[in-house]
Design a protein around this ligand. Structure first.
Ligand code: RB5
Length: 149
């Protein structure tokens, strides 16, 4: 199950990605926005990311105007490794090397064609592990030090 969420600015891109997930037959849970009316991206990020850390969803796809604000909020949820990407290489390597569990994109930065390519490579690429696992564990150690175990 994939969690998806956006604010008003990210809403059109979320809807385009939803249609793509449906075409691929991938189940998703939509945490809103449901109508594109003005709303606050931190609350949207929180709801979707909590579904990931609770184990209800495997990954989340988040959208705002730039992808940046919603990624900043997502990364405050313990256990979330959110990457804001607008290019294919970054979307691929944040899975291979960072084991990112959340992909954030900006609807005012990239169009639906590019976004769908990023979504596909993000969802279809496995974490490489090895030396990268040590580094991801170090991220978790910093998180535990500053945010509690
Ligand atoms: C909303 O206008 C915009 O600030 C938001 O979507 C996002 O880009 C923030 O990072």
């Amino acid at each position: 199950m994939i969690a998806i969420a956006s604010d008003h600015a990210g809403y059109p891109l979320k809807e385009a990605v939803k249609a793509h997930l449906e075409e691929r037959g991938l189940p998703y849970k939509d945490f809103g926005s449901f109508n594109g009316e003005s709303c606050d991206y931190p609350m949207q990020a929180k709801a979707a990311c909590e579904a990931v850390t609770a184990g209800e969803c495997d990954k989340a796809l988040l959208f705002c105007g730039t992808g940046i604000g919603i990624s900043m909020a997502a990364n405050k949820v313990k256990g979330i490794r959110a990457a804001c990407c607008s290019d294919y290489f970054s979307a691929k390597y944040t899975r291979l090397h960072n084991d990112a569990n959340v992909l954030c994109m900006g609807a005012r930065v990239i169009g639906p064609g590019a976004a769908i390519e990023l979504v596909d490579v993000f969802l279809d690429t496995a974490f490489e592990g090895g030396r990268h696992a040590r580094r991801v564990n170090q991220i978790a150690e910093i998180e535990a030090e500053y945010c509690g175990k």
